[in-house]
Write a protein that binds this ligand. Structure first.
Ligand code: 5GP
Length: 192
C-alpha cells in the first residue's frame, strides 16, 4: 500500500446480532471524519441493501476472481459458502480523501486488520449483555432463516471468547449509552 495515504482506522467487530452495524451507522452520522469501508461479499443483497453502499455484491465467482487478483487486504469465509473481504483499493480511496476508515467486520477479520495496522488502528469489540439477549436480537431482526440463525449462534461462542484481544470492549446493553461511549472512545483515538 502506498505510504502517502498512511491514515487511521477504526475496527468494529462482534458476534452477529450484537448491534455493531447500528453503532457504526451512528458513528458515521456523527461526522467525526470517518468513512465506511464497503466490503465485498458473495451473498445476495437483502431487500434494503444497496450495491456499493452496504457491500459490493460480487457473487461467488466474482469474489473468487478478486481473490485471484490479490485485491483483498483480508477475506474470510465468515459462514459456510459466504465470503466477505476488505478491498485494498477501498482503504486507499478513503485515506486519499483524508478520512479515517471504519470497518464492520467479523471477529477474525477484525483481529487480522489490527495485526496489519497496529497503532494506526483502534479495534473495538461490541459485546452483547448476554448470550440469551444475543439470540433474542437475532430472532427479532428476522432477516435470516432458522438454519442461518443457528449457524450464527454456534459461531458467537467462539467469537465472545476473543473479546479480550481487542483494544476496547463496548458492552451494548443500552444502545444510546453504547453509542455515546463509542463516540467518546473514537474521538479520543482520532485526536491523538
Ligand atoms: P451480514 O451477512 O450479516 O451482512 O454479515 C456477516 C458478517 O460478515 C458480519 O459479522 C460482518 O461484520 C462480517 N463482514 C462484513 N464484511 C467483512 C469483511 O470485509 N471481512 C470480514 N472478515 N468480515 C466481514
Amino acid at each position: 500500500m502506498s505510504t502517502h495515504v498512511n491514515g487511521k482506522c477504526i475496527i468494529f467487530s462482534a458476534p452477529s446480532g450484537a448491534g455493531k452495524t447500528t453503532i457504526v451507522h451512528a458513528l458515521l452520522a456523527a461526522q467525526l471524519g470517518l468513512e465506511f469501508s464497503v466490503s465485498a461479499c458473495s451473498r445476495d443483497p437483502r431487500p434494503n441493501e444497496i450495491n456499493g453502499k452496504d457491500y459490493y455484491f460480487l457473487g461467488i465467482e466474482g469474489f473468487k476472481e478478486k481473490i485471484g487478483e490479490g485485491a483483498f487486504l483480508e477475506w474470510q469465509e465468515v459462514y459456510t459458502d459466504n465470503f466477505y473481504g476488505t478491498l485494498k483499493a477501498e482503504i486507499e480511496r478513503i485515506w486519499s480523501a483524508g478520512h479515517a476508515v471504519i470497518f464492520d467486520v467479523d471477529v477474525v477479520g477484525g483481529l487480522n486488520l489490527k495485526r496489519i495496522f497496529g497503532d494506526q488502528a483502534l479495534a473495538v469489540f461490541v459485546q452483547p449483555p448476554s448470550e440469551e439477549e444475543l439470540e433474542k436480537r437475532l430472532r427479532y431482526r428476522s432477516t435470516e432463516t432458522e438454519d442461518k440463525i443457528q449457524q450464527r449462534l454456534r459461531k458467537s461462542g467462539q467469537e465472545l471468547s476473543r473479546a479480550k484481544e481487542f483494544d476496547f470492549i463496548l458492552v451494548n446493553e443500552d444502545l444510546q449509552v453504547a453509542i455515546e461511549q463509542a463516540k467518546n472512545v473514537v474521538t479520543s483515538f482520532l485526536g491523538r
